[in-house]
Write a protein that binds this ligand. Structure first.
Ligand code: FAD
Ligand code: UDP
Length: 408
């Protein structure tokens, strides 16, 4: 990887037009494309990133005071059942055997989350077998007679009954989305499983873990090629006039911004993180605790040292994040697509415009206006590489392939 430099005496910075491929955004999607194009096709790639680091929202760094690695944009756990993605990503890092667990506090008591048999027994105050718990919840569901759930509340009640919904879902969801669950789409809640046994783990994928040396080291390794040049602190919008109209661009920035918001702005939620380095050894005894009560202003607290029990961090210090959720303004980092019916319509209209940009491929969570876990972002990038990027440079119809510039 080469860093762009204007220092006197260094090699003259190259024009963007000298590269075979320009990737906008150094998130996991953009870096997967850059890595493949450089290492599989021998193409020269320039990655433009407006932030001052690689990795997009998956970036992590060491806390200056304690050395504890923290995930700058909120906890990121790698998990996948996609074998291609798992094989691919392991070229750049080993993974620890960490398995994610979450707890939820409701009215001063701590419960297992997602809702499992332990949560149900503790909440209703008695030991139950899986069948007894299913029967109890089934009776609660039946008493609501919801046939076709039309919103998040109805969907949740039809899955877990009203008492559990009101305790663990309503307040948390209201805080997270700043919207009444009766006005949210039902799909959001289907991301959260319900377990009729005592299985405490959050994810049920075949593979899970955290990069042994951290996310930053993993991303560095991905771009460790003389064919890849990284330009940090560069906004594509400020340099787009320097790209040739015949050059391939993979754009992973926000879909609406590419078109100057000409049709209107897509709705996003953003997060605010309140970071503290505390002089205690263990603040909460777990990596993430959710707060279900509506009157607690934050949704959850992350304590990052628990992600790496195998490391020997300095004793007597810990790093925590309190997470708050709100609607995003123009200046905020977009985190979750809100996906109202208006948003979906607008995204479809932008996607129509995007299809007419023949040398620009739109990808990643921002470019697709879609929530994507990391493994899905990698899978989508590998698919785009196979189906669109390779064909651009090596057309199968016998047309002239663009020669590699070997710009390294
Ligand atoms: P990004 O990471 O957003 O990267 C896009 C990059 O493009 C950014 O760095 C941005 O600065 C840059 N960019 C945008 N516009 C421009 C421009 N005009 N010029 C130059 N650069 C630009 N996934 C999991 O698998 N496990 C988890 O535990 C998990 N936790 C999450 C927690 C939160 C709070 C959130 C919001 C997401 C979580 N995810 C998780 C999802 C994960 O963050 C995404 O899968 C991942 O970020 C997708 O990568 P990307 O490259 O598409 O986007
Ligand atoms: N959710 C909830 N209570 C919890 C955890 C999650 O009500 O303790 C709901 C909430 O609406 C959230 C959805 O379940 O948006 C999906 O949860 P997940 O953990 O997948 O979402 P994330 O935290 O990544 O938004």
């Amino acid at each position: 990887m080469r860093q762009y430099s204007l220092e006197f005496g260094k090699k003259k910075p190259r024009s963007l037009q000298d590269f075979d491929l320009v990737v906008v955004g150094a998130g996991i999607f953009g870096l997967t494309i850059a890595e493949r194009a450089a290492n599989q096709l021998g193409r020269s790639v320039c990655v433009l990133e407006r932030r001052d680091h690689l990795g997009g929202n998956c970036h992590s760094q060491s806390d200056a005071e304690s050395g504890i690695e923290y995930h700058c944009y909120g906890s990121h756990l790698f998990h996948t059942s996609n074998e291609e993605v798992w094989q691919y990503i392991q070229q750049f890092t080993g993974f620890t055997n960490y398995r994610h667990r979450v707890l939820s506090v409701y009215r001063g008591q701590v419960y297992s989350m997602p809702i499992n048999l332990g949560t149900i027994c503790a909440f209703f105050g008695r030991a139950m077998t899986p069948d007894e718990a299913r029967r109890l919840v089934a009776e609660q569901i039946a008493s609501e007679s919801i046939e076709r759930p039309a919103n998040l509340e109805q969907k949740a009640v039809s899955l877990i009954g009203r008492p559990l919904y009101e305790a663990f879902i309503r307040g948390y969801t209201k805080k997270q989305w700043q919207t009444d669950p009766q006005k949210l789409p039902p799909e959001i809640i289907t991301r959260l499983p319900v377990r009729w046994n005592f299985e405490p783990y959050y994810f049920a994928d075949a593979h899970e873990g955290l990069p042994v040396d951290g996310y930053a080291a993993m991303f560095q390794k991905m771009v460790d090629s003389p064919r890849i040049e990284i330009r940090l602190g560069v906004d594509f919008m400020d340099v787009r006039q320097h790209v040739s109209p015949r050059q391939l661009i993979v754009y992973t920035g926000p879909l609406d911004r590419y078109f100057g918001d000409s049709l209107g702005q897509l709705g996003w939620r953003t997060l605010d993180f309140e970071k503290q380095t505390l002089a205690v050894d263990d603040f909460q005894g777990a990596p993430v605790i959710n707060y279900a009560d509506e009157d607690v202003p934050y949704t959850r607290i992350h304590e990052f040292k628990h992600y790496h029990p195998e490391r020997h961090y300095v004793a007597g210090k810990t790093v925590i994040y309190r997470e708050y959720s709100r609607f995003a303004d123009q200046a905020d980092e977009p985190y979750y697509p809100i996906n109202t019916p208006r948003d979906r319509q607008l995204a479809a209209a932008y996607q129509e415009l995007a299809r007419r940009q023949h040398h620009v491929l739109f990808g990643g969570r921002l470019g697709l206006y879609q929530y994507l876990d990391m493994d899905r972002a990698v899978a989508a990038a590998l698919q785009m590489f196979r189906e669109q990027v390779v064909g651009f440079f090596e057309p199968s119809d016998g047309g002239l392939a663009r020669p590699a510039t070997h710009a390294a």
